[in-house]
Design a protein around this ligand. Structure first.
Ligand SMILES: Cc1cc2nc3c(=O)[nH]c(=O)nc-3n(C[C@H](O)[C@H](O)[C@H](O)COP(=O)(O)O)c2cc1C
Length: 227
């Protein structure tokens, strides 16, 4: 069992996204799975360039992206992975730029514009999105984040078969709130949440990692356009 994780935060160690991803990978490792963590911000790569090489009728449909950059060998390794865990901070109500670029390159070569199914990925595997963000739980639906999470979840389900979403809200943004602008925030409440709730987020991430490595892929969920 091989679990690949991707850190879409430029803060590569210790911070929210990296910590949750490491917890998830510890969970996967606890079942005996082999794990790999890819730091997206260590790689020089672009999003999809809309060349449509992957859709050419003359080309073998193998789900391979023609763009050659640092992401290419990573996408090759995805072909043999049994689970993918993608962690990202929320930036301006969406995944970070590197995560968006990664998702485009990961998914589009597998997308079939055909009537006999939508994905060229040859197996159904578990995937997960782990989001970390400043906003508190009660604001998510009000500002439309739930739709953003659902859209990415649907995309990954369509291409790979299953996708779980784990949210970690109201995260700690600075190690020392005294040194940065933070008038908007209740700093004591932020610190208390980090001490009391974030460890539970890490526990949930560990359990997610165990599920990702279980090899049990949940039954397909009908897509919105099939309903
Ligand atoms: C450029 C930028 C944009 C951000 N935009 C949002 C946002 O729209 N909504 C939100 O809830 N948090 C936002 N945040 C806060 C981060 O999502 C949050 O601090 C996250 O936990 C950071 O993850 P990290 O600690 O792994 O880097 C933003 C942070 C940055 C640097």
């Amino acid at each position: 069992m091989k679990v690949m994780a991707f850190n879409g935060s430029p803060r590569k160690r210790q911070w929210n996204t990296a910590t949750l991803l490491n917890s998830a990978l510890k969970g996967a490792q606890s079942t005996g799975a082999s794990v790999e963590l890819v730091q997206l911000y260590d790689l020089k790569f672009s999003g999809c360039i809309s060349c449509f090489s992957c859709k050419r009728l003359s080309r073998k449909k193998d789900g391979v992206c023609s763009v050659q950059d640092d992401l290419s060998p990573v996408l090759d390794r995805v072909k043999t992975a049994d689970a993918l865990i993608i962690g990202t901070p929320v930036y301006y109500g969406a995944e970070s730029a590197a995560t968006r670029a990664f998702l485009e390159r990961l998914c589009f070569p597998y997308l079939k514009y055909a009537k006999d199914g939508r994905s060229l990925f040859p197996r159904r595997i578990n995937t997960a999105m782990i989001y970390t963000m400043n906003v508190p739980d009660q604001m998510l639906a009000k500002i439309g984040y739930d739709r953003m999470f659902a859209m990415t979840q649907m995309t990954l389900r369509m291409h790979f078969g299953a996708c779980e979403v784990l949210l970690s809200t109201d995260t700690l943004q600075y190690s020392d709130y005294g040194k940065f602008e933070a008038e908007l925030f209740d700093i004591d409440a932020k610190l208390a949440r980090h001490a009391n709730v974030f460890p539970d987020d890490c526990r949930r991430a560990f359990e997610l990692g165990v599920r990702m490595a279980s090899g049990k892929v949940p039954e397909p969920v009908p897509m919105a356009w099939h309903e």
